[in-house]
Design a binder for this molecule. Structure first.
Ligand SMILES: C[S@@+](CC[C@H](N)C(=O)[O-])C[C@H]1O[C@@H](n2cnc3c(N)ncnc32)[C@H](O)[C@@H]1O
Length: 315
């Protein structure tokens, strides 16, 4: 898969120069294994030589197991919900992270799964620590994780609060199927996954004690992000907690512009996200006591951890 040109191009990178990894075949039986050398290499390459990485990625993704199901997604929607659900147009039209056909690609789950070992914010031990620090004193009965991806945050919630029902939702039917397989492997009996559009879900008002997302709103137009915040407000019980980890909203316009231009190729909506100004947008939605807990400095992906409360009555 990696030709001579690719190797020559890589030879200039000190941390990659010794490496000539070959892809290892991944099946549904081996899909939860740790990252292979090739996958780590591909990830580093994406930051250093995106065009080269995209070419390799397009070849490699074709070899990965496909998470297909019914064509309308009726195997992954909530019981009683009519499939297919409405999918926002931006999600399919402007794929993020260089993924061919984006999160809808049935072969994308392994690619998304391996990222959790790369970024600080999606490593389980960090999530466990941060989520416990902000929620550890609570006894939630129902928790919603929006844009759950491969489910890492959802499973961490399930482990921290074993008595709660924890629900992960995502637009991607293939990712929901992957999450369900991972659930079976982890034995997480009170964690559930459904294909839902977080802008318009099927739960009644005030259904959850905690509503959360990890790195979701930076991947969509402002209008869609605001709809998700409104829906989170509707779903949260009065007195319940909103929490989110997201791309850092830097203090100065100059820093924000620099961040946008660094990530533009992989993050087509980052500029819109900066205009949203997430901490302010959370307040616009009606949430109170907005708190910025952690600013996690990490090369290429600094993040912030935010919480807010839904007041008992709208003031
Ligand atoms: C960067 S991934 C983050 C996944 C996961 N939270 C994590 O931290 O690994 C963003 C996820 O949000 C999902 N998403 C985007 N818009 C959504 C929407 N309107 N409703 C539900 N999920 C959405 C995408 O399909 C994708 O899986």
């Amino acid at each position: 898969m990696m030709n001579a040109t690719a190797r020559i191009m890589l030879s200039g990178f000190t941390n990659l120069s010794e490496v000539e990894p070959q892809p290892i075949s991944i099946t549904k039986q081996t899909i939860f294994q740790e990252n292979t050398a090739f996958e780590n290499f591909l990830f580093t390459l994406a930051h250093q030589q995106p065009e080269q990485a995209i070419r390799l990625l397009n070849e490699w993704i074709e070899t990965l197991p496909s998470y297909d199901g019914t064509t309308d997604g009726s195997d992954v929607v909530l019981p009683g919900v009519k499939a297919p659900i409405d999918i926002p147009s931006h999600w399919a039209e402007k794929p993020v992270h260089f993924i061919p056909n984006g999160f809808a690609n049935p072969k994308a789950p392994r690619l998304i799964y391996i990222v959790r070992n790369q970024y600080f914010f999606c490593q389980e031990q960090n999530l466990r620590e941060w989520l416990w620090k902000v929620h550890g004193t609570k006894s939630p009965q129902r928790i919603l994780d929006i844009g759950c991806g491969t489910g890492t945050t959802t499973f961490v919630y399930g482990e921290l609060f074993p008595n709660a029902d924890v629900i992960g939702i995502d637009l991607s039917a293939p990712l929901i199927r992957f999450c369900r397989d991972w659930k079976a492997q982890r034995g997480a009996s009170k964690v559930f996954f459904y294909q839902e559009n977080a802008e318009v879900t099927h739960w009644t008002d005030n259904s959850f004690d905690i509503v959360h997302f990890t790195y979701v709103l930076h991947e969509m137009p402002q209008e869609n992000a605001r709809k998700i915040l409104q829906e989170m407000y509707r779903l949260l019980k009065p007195g319940g907690t909103f929490s989110a980890m997201e791309v850092m909203y830097d203090e100065t316009a100059q820093e924000r512009e620099a961040r946008v231009s660094r990530s533009r190729a992989a993050e087509p909506f980052l500029e819109e996200y900066m205009h949203l100004n997430l901490p302010v947008a959370i307040g616009d939605t009606g949430f109170k006591y907005i708190k910025r807990h952690y600013d996690c400095k990490f090369p290429s992906s600094d993040g912030m951890f935010l919480t807010a409360l839904k007041p008992n009555t709208r003031e």
